[in-house]
Design a protein around this ligand. Structure first.
Ligand SMILES: Nc1nc2c(ncn2[C@@H]2O[C@H](COP(=O)(O)OP(=O)(O)OP(=O)(O)O)[C@@H](O)[C@H]2O)c(=O)[nH]1
Ligand SMILES: Nc1ncnc2c1ncn2[C@@H]1O[C@H](COP(=O)(O)OP(=O)(O)OP(=O)(O)O)[C@@H](O)[C@H]1O
Length: 215
């Protein structure tokens, strides 16, 4: 019998929707408290069916093992301004009690051969479905804006060349990854200055909103 993808993916879609709201809520709480916000923006997606079928085929995963062996059927991405923010976000996620972390992969200390950097965690997230609770795996990638920029471009190159990026472009991408890393280091060094400027900007916006509401 063929797979009912729609039914299989319902809890994954629900998890992505719920976690997007929760992680964006963390951002709002930081903003309201006038502290530097370690979260710049959050995205999420359910893995496209074509991509699931492809990955299952490549890795020889039988249908009945899809949900345990493909850990990114539901995926969230948290983007941060500074490399240090990633640690802050991970610590915040470790403290939560609405899910448990089952795996951590640190591709920042140990970048991938492609040049890819990000911090990945896999969580077990309970979703309420019609017949009770279902615990599912969700992949959360935490990265800086520079890491995200690089990964987004590299992902489309991989797509274009179907995983067979020509050697010269591969090397250029590795150099671009190093440049992105240097950008992160440089921004971290002037972090104090940047954060001060951003707080002044936020306060000014708050004040002008108050004035507009009052008039
Ligand atoms: N652009 C880009 N993204 C990557 C790269 N490596 C990993 N990723 C992202 O990270 C996800 C896989 O995370 P991993 O922690 O490597 O998972 P894995 O199970 O070890 O490897 P996969 O079998 O590829 O899922 C991918 O689905 C991508 O979203 C890379 O070299 N380039
Ligand atoms: N954890 C995630 N959060 C948000 N978006 C993601 C996440 N993982 C992948 N994406 C994005 O979802 C889209 C489709 O991703 P897809 O799963 O096909 O790619 P992939 O993650 O590279 O897959 P694979 O691991 O199978 O190679 C891409 O734009 C990808 O960047």
């Amino acid at each position: 019998m063929s797979m009912d993808w729609e039914a299989l993916l319902i809890p994954y879609k629900q998890a992505v929707d719920e976690l997007k709201i929760k992680f964006r809520g963390m951002r709002e709480q930081f903003e309201k408290s006038n502290q530097h916000c370690p979260i710049e923006f959050v995205t999420g997606r359910v893995k496209p069916i074509k991509s699931i079928v492809n990955k299952a085929y490549q890795k020889n995963i039988p249908d009945q093992h899809l949900e345990t062996e493909i850990q990114d059927l539901a995926g969230l991405r948290i983007m941060c301004q500074f490399t240090d923010d990633i640690k802050t976000v991970i610590n915040l996620l470790r403290q939560r009690n609405d899910f448990t972390i089952v795996e951590e992969r640190d591709y920042i200390t140990h970048k991938k051969p492609s040049g890819y950097r990000s911090y990945h965690i896999v969580i077990e997230y309970p979703v309420q479905v019609l017949d009770g609770e279902k615990k599912i795996l969700v992949e959360v990638q935490v990265r800086t804006l520079a890491m995200n920029f690089w990964a987004t471009i590299e992902h489309s190159m991989n797509y274009k060349y179907q995983g067979q990026i020509p050697e010269d472009i591969r090397q250029r991408l590795q150099r671009a990854a190093e440049a992105a890393n240097r950008l992160d280091e440089e921004m971290s060094q002037i972090k104090g200055e940047i954060q001060e400027a951003q707080l002044v900007f936020l306060e000014r916006n708050d004040k002008s909103n108050e004035t507009n509401l009052g008039s």
